[in-house]
Design a protein around this ligand. Structure first.
Ligand code: AMP
Ligand code: MG
Length: 343
């Protein structure tokens, strides 16, 4: 079964977080058994994001929400780590600044949505404005109650403009949270992450869970679904999120844009010397030679010489020398013309 089906909250369905097992790891009993799948997924994600970027037609918005220490940072590091930074970014939402607080709650969010071709991850999101504000009674109930519909309208509008939205709730148990807080205390490199506020928030666990349940139920839509991810095991959390993102991008049927130039013409015009050579010695031999040439140059750096087929070594070198001479000849005849153009 696709994870994008399995973990999705169907629109309108009841959400009971205490019925979802945060220790769930599907068929995997240990991290080791999931590693291969995760590596494959990472490569897939990279390819798909490259395609999204090249296509430049639509975008992906990932909203991450969770209680403290559930692994938002780790998930971002993993998912974005497999992507090309050109075309993927993260934005975190903290308590609103003075300026942000002078606008409607979606004002700061609108400014951060992805443009075409882009993947954006929200570390916290528009949902804080129906979660933390509710739990801490920062605004009247009538105000946050009205926001579910505003969020739905906002996300519908994004979707109709080509933004695909995935919303993840990383689900951990209170015991796991306490354990992770403790691990932070034991690790000087993570002391900076500890705040007493985290312990104060922990006291409000049940209120947060109720707020999440209502928010998820009222805003999980076919075009902007919520996923509840069992997150007590970091490796399974990473696997599940990566798989859902990959499945979603795969389902879009993306295509590389048509070239804006006539490829055959370009090859004929600028690569005719190589083409001639290729014709002379045959395609497969040409491929073998250029691969070997590349390997030779690469191996020079570490001082080792690349393994070669001794029987063809001499003749290969001769052919390559011929090719180099031909290429430099071609360059010489082109250079005066191009130099003239740039001055
Ligand atoms: P962190 O994600 O640990 O850096 O913390 C960010 C803090 O900002 C969290 O305590 C959030 O609850 C808080 N925050 C984010 N958005 C809002 C908001 N709209 N209103 C109030 N607090 C917020
Ligand atoms: Mg925090």
């Amino acid at each position: 079964m696709k994870y994008s089906e399995q973990f999705q909250v169907k629109p309108g369905s009841e959400v009971r977080l205490n019925k979802v097992n945060p220790d769930y790891t599907a068929e995997h009993t240990k991290k080791k058994s999931a590693v291969k799948q995760v590596e494959k997924l990472d490569r897939k994600l990279r390819e798909l994001q490259y395609l999204l970027y090249a296509e430049n037609k639509r975008s992906l918005l990932i909203c991450l929400q969770a209680l403290d220490a559930a692994g938002k940072d780790g998930t971002i590091n993993h998912v974005l780590g497999s992507m090309n930074p050109q075309g993927a970014r993260v934005h975190g939402f903290k308590a609103p600044t003075k300026e942000e607080a002078q606008h409607d709650f979606l004002w700061r969010v609108e400014q951060q949505v992805p443009k075409k071709g882009e993947v954006v991850i929200f570390n916290r999101s528009q949902y804080e404005d129906v979660l933390v504000v509710r739990v801490h009674k920062l605004i009247p109930k009538e105000v946050w109650k009205g926001r579910y519909e505003l969020i739905n309208d906002f996300e519908k509008n994004l979707f109709e403009n080509g933004t695909h939205i995935l919303k993840f709730f990383l689900h951990i148990s209170p015991e796991e949270q306490l354990l992770r807080f403790r691990q932070r205390l034991d690790d000087p490199a993570r002391h900076w992450k500890i705040s007493e506020n985290d312990y104060a928030e922990r006291e409000l666990w049940d209120d947060y869970i109720s707020a999440y349940e209502e928010a998820i139920r009222k805003t999980s839509m076919k075009h902007a679904p919520w996923f509840i991810i069992p997150a007590n095991n970091k490796w399974f959390r990473n696997l599940a999120v990566a798989r859902i993102v990959a499945e979603t991008l795969e389902s879009l049927g993306m295509k590389f844009p048509e070239p804006t130039v006539n490829i055959k013409k370009i090859v004929r015009k600028y690569h005719h010397a190589e083409l001639e050579e290729e014709k002379k010695i045959g395609k497969s031999k040409w491929k073998q030679l250029t691969t070997e040439a590349k390997r030779d140059t690469g191996s020079k750096k570490d001082g080792k010489s690349a393994p070669r087929d001794k029987r063809t070594k001499k003749s290969d070198r001769a052919i390559l020398r011929g090719k180099e001479a031909q290429l430099s000849e071609a360059r010489k005849t082109k250079e005066p013309e191009e130099a003239g153009k740039s001055h």
